[in-house]
Design a protein around this ligand. Structure first.
Ligand SMILES: [Zn+2]
Length: 270
């Protein structure tokens, strides 16, 4: 467990067209007192300014895949995002005095994921935070990644503690007041929790909580030209986190729908 949280980073715009995080960070930069607490420093960052300006996910490559050691240690790697990743890593991990302990990376998605938290790792400190937040709001979903090795390149993995906050469904390049407020509320809950831990106050941590484990990702069927050959079945569209039963329709094309067994398919299960 960390002795004490000293610095927390709130990051928006890792993907430039996800405006919830971009505008929350701008709000906090205009009024930094709202995210300050007495026992630690809070810093804010717009991770990919060029992509934000262009309202694009990224310019040259996905920034959230540029934080693996191979990428960070390769000075020859061309492109804007590899340079940004090195600069962010330097800013958050440079030396003991400036090191960030917790990263909250703000994202939004067109998928109907509601309020989903993806912890940086399954370290007990992160899991206790997830349990606490799940108890405060039972609609929160905690999603554990495929595996730590596949998660390593992400921005949140620069430091040991924290999470990605992913909200949706929101169209890209759109501000949605409901999810903006929910994300802001979640940030305040997390900062309050960290403050309470630093102050050694009693916080409620339930003995167990529900987490979703990603099994695998599968691509859509494609034709010989690489074009999509199917779409999500209308009965499944938007039903994130719902169980897939054997024989449930999953993919379709016009009136021809594919029926696949669920044990071959990805998706989340409880
Ligand atoms: Zn994103």
């Amino acid at each position: 467990m960390p002795n004490k949280i000293r610095r927390v980073a709130i990051v928006g715009g890792t993907h430039g067209n996800e405006w919830t995080g971009v505008y929350l960070v701008r709000k906090f930069q205009q009024s930094p007192q709202w995210v300050q607490r007495s026992t630690f420093e809070t810093v804010t960052l717009l991770a990919n300014p060029k992509a934000i300006e262009l309202n694009q996910r990224y310019v040259d490559r996905d920034l959230n895949r540029c934080f693996g050691p191979v990428s960070l240690n390769n000075p020859e790697l061309p492109g804007y995002e590899p340079d940004r990743a090195k600069s962010i890593a330097q800013q958050f991990n440079h030396d003991a005095a400036s090191r960030v302990d917790v990263i909250l990376d703000l994202h939004s998605t067109t998928a109907n994921m509601g309020m989903t938290l993806l912890p940086t790792s399954q370290h007990p400190f992160n899991l206790q935070l997830m349990a606490h937040l799940s108890e405060q709001d039972p609609s929160v979903r905690v999603c554990l990644g495929l595996s730590s090795s596949q998660e390593n390149p992400m921005l949140r993995s620069l430091v040991p503690f924290g999470c990605t906050i992913e909200v949706g469904a929101i169209a890209q390049g759109v501000l949605d007041a409901h999810w903006f407020q929910q994300t802001e509320l979640m940030i305040h809950r997390i900062l309050d929790y960290l403050e309470a831990i630093n102050q050694e106050k009693t916080v409620t941590i339930p003995a167990s909580f529900t987490a979703y484990q990603s099994i695998e990702s599968i691509d859509y069927p494609r034709n010989e030209l690489g074009e999509l050959a199917a779409m999500i079945h209308p009965r499944l569209q938007g039903r994130d986190y719902q169980p897939l039963e054997p024989g449930d329709p999953m993919l379709g094309w016009g009136n021809h729908f594919l029926f696949r067994r669920c044990d071959r398919l990805s998706y989340f299960y409880q």
